[in-house]
Design a protein around this ligand. Structure first.
Ligand code: HEM
Length: 494
């Protein structure tokens, strides 16, 4: 890295650096970053005191950094304020540095819970959630005609994806109030750490004293999470014990497998070979719920909005569904085995993720050593992030990038054969690429395909008068529709 130079960027103010960092997260400064790329080129450095945050918009540089020879060097994560200030463990997949602990936790999730053989065990759960989802949509959307405001589809997506992930996590089908309680506790905690704690990220030593009140609130939110999760974890401990003794039975509501089960079995690769603490298990459960719910529901929202706006695409998709699953059978469900036989469905999902990646950035990476990326120096300790949305919308790479054209992913199209893992090159990276690529990629794709197919089979999705679809974006934890999708849903089957 000796001859390389730091990516350019605006000058830093001494001590305070670029002040805007104080109040904003990466995605809030997305418009500013886009201007900086115009001015400084494909990699930009922002300074915050002595900290460096580097942003990369070029897909070749991203490939060199995340997949090329330096990939391991950039596979660390910056430390979160929650660990230094609240003592909440960093022993979770998203936050652990690249090393044996991260490998163990990640392999546990991927091989023990998200492996296709395990994923199949949850088919009845998905089928149940499909029913919940369609009921919620029916309650909000079918009206339409009588002038009533149609329901917010995102609400239904969020709640039902939460139901599903809670079930996979704790092995228990909970009722609506219980799921809502967990959902609210998670949201409050997330909101808190993303907004209120951002100030701590920059000045931990001073702020610890100044903002004692904030820390109190954070601790209360954390306690609430523990109160809700620990009994569920204990119930699972008991269930496992009963299984061992041979007198446990799975039921409609208690599933034979759960993510918590796998966590209870783990022994850590440190010298003590200890089990995970409750604190660690709660944080890992929270990560599981967070990683898989907002991301997937945001994906569903954008895809269904595009189907409302592009009726010809929706009709082609519906025709594929009917051709694959036959006409109107009794159950009316698009079974999940069928989604693997629907190339157009897959193309619709890919096009949605290209044009509207739920996260416009990946999670921040941190350089373990000085490294050279395409002539740029990335110094040890710098955080690095990537302009995911820009890459999918790059007009030099995609034909008419702002149009929704799933056909591009079929044979002969400019996206045919796209490899989302980016191994040979990056065209789009909605799940990130390289060592830290989303651990849930395949189940996320299954969820998107299965629920989109079922929603299109059940209803014709149309624009409701006065609630036209607009593609303006709003940043929450993910990038959602500024004006939520409120469709008019016309039942396809009588
Ligand atoms: C459409 C849905 C989803 C999208 C768009 C998405 C996207 C992402 C992205 C962009 C990252 C960060 C990659 C990086 O830092 O370079 C990530 C990481 C991760 N995702 Fe997903 N994700 C989705 C669904 C899920 C689901 C369903 C799960 C699990 C149930 C999951 C689990 C994870 C985990 C554990 C990580 C951390 C990986 C690591 O740090 O090693 N995700 N995801």
């Amino acid at each position: 890295a000796r001859n390389s130079r730091l990516p350019p960027g605006p000058p830093a103010l001494p001590l305070f650096g670029n002040l805007l960092w104080l109040r904003h997260s990466a995605a809030d400064v997305e418009p500013l970053l886009l201007k900086l790329f115009d001015r400084y080129g494909p990699a930009v450095t922002l300074r915050m005191g002595s900290r460096l945050a580097i942003f990369v918009s070029d897909r070749r540089l991203a490939h060199a950094a995340l997949v090329g020879s330096g990939a391991v060097t950039l596979a660390n994560r910056p430390q979160a304020a929650t660990s230094s200030l609240l003592g909440v463990t960093d022993n979770i997949i998203t936050r652990a540095d690249y090393g044996p602990l991260w490998r163990l936790l990640r392999r546990n999730l991927v091989a023990e819970t998200l492996h296709p053989s395990r994923v199949r065990l949850f088919a009845p759960a998905r089928s149940w959630v499909r029913g919940v989802l369609l009921d919620k949509l029916r309650a909000g959307g079918v009206a339409g005609d009588d002038g009533a405001t149609p329901g917010d589809a995102m609400e239904a997506f969020r709640y039902t994806m939460f139901c599903l992930l809670v079930l996979m996590c704790f092995g228990e089908r909970l009722d609506e109030p219980a799921v809502r309680a967990i959902e609210e506790a998670e949201r409050a905690w997330l909101l808190y750490i993303s907004h209120e704690m951002s100030v701590f990220f920059f000045f931990p030593s001073i702020t610890k004293h100044v903002f004692r009140g904030r820390l109190r609130t954070a601790r209360a939110l954390r306690r609430r999470q523990m109160e809700l999760f620990v009994p569920l974890i204990n119930a699972r401990r008991e269930y496992k014990q009963q299984l061992k003794e041979g007198h446990a039975a799975a039921s409609e509501t208690t599933f034979q497998h759960s993510y918590v089960d796998t966590l209870l079995d783990i022994t850590l690769p440190d010298e003590k070979h200890r089990h995970l603490t409750d604190d660690e298990i709660v944080t890992l459960c929270s990560e599981f719920l967070t990683a898989g719910t907002d991301t997937t529901s945001t994906g569903l929202q954008w895809i269904m909005a595009e189907l409302v706006k592009n009726p010809a695409v929706q009709e082609r998709l519906h025709a594929e569904i009917v051709a694959t699953c036959g006409g109107e059978d009794d159950a009316g469900e698009v079974p999940e085995e069928a989604v693997h036989r629907m190339p157009y469905l897959k193309a619709v999902i890919l096009e949605g993720l290209r044009k509207h990646p739920p996260g416009h950035f990946v999670l921040p990476h941190k350089a373990a050593e000085d490294m050279d990326v395409g002539g740029y120096l990335i110094p040890k300790g710098a955080t690095v992030n990537f302009m995911v949305a820009e890459m999918g919308r790059d007009a030099t790479e995609w034909e008419r990038p702002m149009e929704f054209v799933p056909e591009r992913f079929l044979e002969g199209g400019d996206g045919a054969g796209v490899d989302m893992t980016g191994t040979r090159g990056i065209r789009m990276m909605p799940f990130g690429v390289g060592r830290r690529i989303c651990a849930g990629l395949s189940i996320a794709m299954l969820h998107l395909e299965y629920f989109v197919a079922n929603m299109v089979r059940e209803f014709e999705w149309k624009e409701a008068p006065g609630h036209e679809v607009e593609f303006e974006e709003k940043r929450e934890f993910t990038t959602v529709m500024k004006k939520p999708l409120r469709p008019r849903l016309v039942p396809r089957r009588t």
